[in-house]
Design a protein around this ligand. Structure first.
Ligand code: ADE
Length: 416
């Protein structure tokens, strides 16, 4: 069996979703046209563990256009779009993904790894971890890997530091044309989108607590403010806390925010940011959601243990009735609310993120045998090429330095 999806009959619906994304991903489509001509990935086998969305499909079809053979599995049990998965399966991709595959999540990863990849493409690091722990026999084939998200890059840097990383990995997340746009504007908008689709509530006038002021937190706080919410930021890093304060947000400890917040969103990359002690202080009716990669930022187990009962009140909204009678509403099981309750980031930002993925894979193949078992940043040349192509697609022209200006910047004598 070379794919397993929910229902292959959904393929036509998936085709239309993918076409829509393609129209809004001009950079990746220009790379596809280049790949169609030069076939830089001829004979390359890729295992990808990504959120199976319409945007991911545009990437996968681009890699295929470059000559690659691809197996795809989802990087979260709630983020797969079944129509998209069906469409990709119809187009010859080995897809092992369906929405709500909780108990088969790792089975799907195992199936995808049967392709014996030259390249692994991760969003969160599950493929790399599985290969390094359970399938070391696959290491001999692997040329390199790419990583899409902050959480995954943290893990691979930890592996490198401990001397156990067995192949080079490109931290796609750390490209400027990725994190400055995807993490900030992508997460900012899609998290709000997920909360609104799940709850249909008004943000204006709400006390909206953002836990974490990294690039995702910055984007989310900015967009929540734009919707009229009163935004409170919680942080552990003194510089980021200061930045949030000077960006005009109220900054306080989570235990203080707990008492006044209406909506809480975690975007920290760490575990139990909202734990029992925090939830014990929350107001009746508080809404909690997570937009970080893993579902451990909110201590859902505590909610389960300390509730008299729970019920799904709307799709993606579960009401927990605590023993003291208060109700807490958990969105999307505490999994990525932007992907589980909405469609993830918009195609316009995924255009750049996935352009980085496509060109990083090409670079890894070109550099085969020349790299160490380290985490690499995306070469600046690639990053800037993507920015240039994106600007061009937006019809934006920018200035160039004159010869005189270049000389001035190189010199040091000219002064007051
Ligand atoms: N991560 C966040 N949004 C995404 C999307 N639309 N597709 C794939 N991965 C994503």
């Amino acid at each position: 069996m070379d794919y397993k999806v929910k229902d292959i009959k959904l393929a036509d619906e998936g085709d239309r979703l993918i076409e829509w994304a393609e129209q809004h991903m001009p950079v990746l489509m220009s790379i596809r046209r280049d790949f169609e001509k030069s076939k830089p990935l001829r004979g390359v086998r890729i295992a990808a563990c990504l959120h199976v969305t319409k945007e991911t499909a545009v990437l996968i079809k681009t890699l295929k256009a470059g000559g690659a053979k691809i197996a795809l599995t989802g990087s979260n049990p709630l983020s797969t779009n079944d129509a998209v998965a069906a469409s990709l399966a119809k187009h010859g991709i080995h897809v092992f993904a369906w929405r709500e595959n909780h108990d088969k999540y790792y089975w799907c990863i195992e199936e995808a790894l049967k392709i014996k990849p030259h390249i692994t493409m991760d969003d969160g690091g599950d493929l790399i971890t599985t290969i390094h722990t359970k399938h070391t026999e696959l290491l001999k084939n692997v040329v390199g890997g790419t990583e899409e998200t902050t959480t995954g890059v943290h893990r691979q840097r930890a592996m490198e530091k401990n001397g156990i990383l067995k192949y080079p990995v490109v931290a796609v997340n750390d490209a400027m044309t990725k994190f400055l746009f995807d993490n900030r504007y992508g997460t900012g908008q899609s998290t709000i989108d997920g909360i609104l689709r799940a709850t249909s509530l008004l943000l204006a006038g709400k006390k909206f607590v953002v836990a974490g002021y990294g690039w995702c937190g910055r984007g989310l706080a900015m967009r929540a403010r734009g919707m009229g919410a009163h935004v409170i930021v919680t942080e552990v890093d003194e510089i980021r806390a200061l930045e949030a304060a000077m960006d005009g947000f109220e900054v306080m400890r989570m235990r203080d925010a707990a008492k006044i917040g209406d909506i809480f969103v975690t975007v920290t990359g760490d575990k139990h940011v909202i734990d029992g002690r925090v939830m014990e202080k929350m107001k009746d009716g508080a809404i909690v959601a997570n937009s970080g990669h893993f579902d451990n930022e909110i201590d859902v187990e505590w909610l389960e243990k300390n509730s008299k009962g729970k019920r799904e009140v709307r799709k993606s909204v579960v009401e927990y009735r605590l023993k003291d009678g208060r109700k807490i509403y958990l969105l999307a099981e505490g999994r990525l609310v932007n992907l589980a309750a909405a469609e993830g980031h918009s195609p316009e930002v995924m255009d750049m993120s996935f352009a980085n993925q496509a060109l990083s894979v090409k670079w890894l193949i070109e550099m085969k045998g020349k790299l160490e078992n380290k985490v690499y940043v995306v070469p600046d040349k690639i990053d800037r090429e993507i920015a240039r192509r994106k600007l061009k697609s937006m019809g934006i022209k920018i200035d160039r330095l004159t010869k005189e200006q270049k000389e001035y910047l190189r010199g040091w004598k000219e002064g007051t």
